[in-house]
Design a protein around this ligand. Structure first.
Ligand code: BTN
Length: 235
């Protein structure tokens, strides 16, 4: 991948700018927007993403494969998780697109599209940013610097890009088997009691299907496959 890194001291949202540039044909695959701070960082679904200095706040423009849409955000999460592990941080993935350390959120992924061919892959990763002011939120937040003192945002980005390229070459090749194997090695969702907020459904997560959906065995022992929304751990 030919990376073109564009850095900004402050932006509303790297995803917003990437979507605008994609629409205007100004962001080929490989464009990487990085902001030191965001004033309107967006999370899923429609949440605010706190975006202070010291976090990696980036949107990477990559080819969009509609046939593997269910794997797009998962593949990005895997790349982030591999990056954290390479740094010695014991990270795992939580379906569909969170990266966690000891159950605390280290990173989130927001994939959006404004063209049929390109995806804006937004990644927010806590590196050495100050913990959130809200003590409850702070207790649920992990940062790379907690396990990896001295780590810098640039060093994380440098390690992340090759992992994204690798995950995207797996997507391009339709190698969903390898992606699924990697997911199950890093999965923190399988085996947990989960509640799927979208449909008021609860049960035990059983892992991901071939298309990236999550399989949940409900209390009535009926397996249900969910492909949208997110889950919360019940215990
Ligand atoms: C989530 O809710 O877990 C997804 C968070 C994604 C945040 C990143 S920060 C860089 C990019 N720009 C945004 O406005 N959002 C994404």
């Amino acid at each position: 991948m030919n990376w073109q890194i564009r850095r900004f001291p402050i932006l509303a949202s790297t995803n917003d700018l990437a979507l605008e540039w994609i629409r205007a044909n100004m962001a080929p695959a490989g464009t990487v927007l990085v902001a030191e701070q965001q004033t309107s960082g967006r999370g899923r679904p429609g949440r605010v993403w706190h975006s202070p200095r010291g976090a990696l706040l980036t949107t990477v423009v990559l080819p969009f494969y509609p046939e593997h849409v269910g794997w797009t955000a998962l593949a990005a999460g895997l790349a982030v998780c591999r990056t954290a592990r390479e740094l010695g941080v014991p990270a795992g993935v939580k379906w569909p697109n969170d990266v966690v350390v000891s159950g605390k959120k280290l990173a989130g992924v927001l994939v959006e599209t404004s063209s049929p061919k390109l995806a804006a892959v937004g990644i927010g990763l806590n590196v050495h940013n100050p913990p959130p002011d809200d003590p409850e939120l702070a207790a649920r937040t992990a940062r790379l610097a907690d396990d990896c003192p001295g780590i810098t945002v640039d060093a994380v980005l440098e390690r992340l890009l090759p992992h994204l390229a690798q995950a995207w070459s797996q997507l391009a090749a339709g190698d969903l088997t390898s992606l699924r194997t990697s997911w199950s090695e890093m999965d923190t969702t399988a085996g947990r009691r989960v509640r799927w907020a979208h449909g008021n459904l609860a049960g035990t997560a059983e892992g991901v299907e071939a298309d990236g959906s999550l399989r949940i065995r409900t209390d009535g022992a009926v397996p249900v496959v969910v492909s949208a929304g997110e889950v919360v751990f019940e215990i």
